[in-house]
Unconditional design. Sequence first.
Length: 423
Amino acid sequence: MALRDSVLLIRDYENIRQILRDIYIFGCFTRDDFIDMGISGRKYDNEQRRISAYLPDKFIQKRRLDKKVLLYCSYQMQDSEKNYLGDTFRNKSFTALDVMSFFFVQQILADGQEITAAELLDLIPNYNNSVVFTKDNLRVKLDELDEKGYIEYRKEGRSVFYKLVDDIWKDFSDSELSDLGLYLEFLKNVSPIEIPYYFLEQKLHLYMQCERKMNLERNKVFAFKHNHLFNSLDNDVLLEILRGCTNKYSLKIQMGDKKDMNVLPVQIIHDSTYGRQYLCCFDIDRGKQSVIRVDKIVTVSCNKKIDEDENNLVQGMKNYFDECWCTSGVNENLKEIVIEFRFDDVEEAYILRRIKYEGHGGEIRKIQNGVFEYRIKLGDPNEMIPWIRSFGERARVLHSDGKNTIETIASDWKKAVKNYESI
């Protein structure tokens, strides 16, 4: 393993998060655009080099617009075998000592023996003539290897003996390992926190190749219509939010240059079509409900255990989101929207199944052959517009209480025709 120049080490993931997200999702920003966003030219140049150093060749490409250079990602979305954005989490800062201890300690313990830290310290020079270990820094590295599950220890009197952990895969047959690999391939694409499963799948595949000599070539089993790999960039933020929700802690949230927020986390909402993730919460400082986009959060940390009154407030707020299509309209009175769907209910029965599956519990009834009426009450019916448009000519809004949903959809279609001449 080659050690990269220290200038390219990723010391703080937040430094590359925004640049990497904008390059991956949009691919239309120049260096000057990032400067306008508040990122200095020098910082942009440094972080862009870091990003390029850790991603594969030709993943990030360049194109010229007049005299400016745009960076964009070239990526086949149907390829779920490699999540390069997830790989960036691997490349946090490390030292030569970190790398040497990782390999040397496991190499010395590979024969299954148990030895003390002092014995390890005596043996390491046999494998290394450049990095000097001391008793103290070796013990720190041993504690890290133990915490990460590579080694384990036992105490005998005042002595501490270290050994490699047992092979957790040894009792699995080859076919069971293949099935587990398929399960992880599915889970890494559908779990809100996908990076651990992605890393585990990679580790399992490496084990299957090296230890079992298994051929991993296989036909693709899974295909995903909406597979938003860019959510990988926010996995660490989302994980901390979920910890707060599970353990009932308030959260301290930093939003860029804005003032820190203290909130009671209520629920994470994931927009399955566009991939955005939202934190629905109660803003303690302002005393009101709030919805925050997860990708706008810089850092988040658990603050303090919530009391009984705060817990009752959180539980009560969860009921509000049953009346939202996604996140809008929490504080609004319910409004009914009525949509007419026209399709061949024999040849296109899948459309009816989709309406029932995606319709948030709305009422669907058959008016006549090929004509269905769908009703639902929501805080903001206009939030349904992208979903309605996805049915094309098969869906027509008949009525929307207190909202200009019909006019908004018509205006959007006119703009699309004007811009593209056809739809």
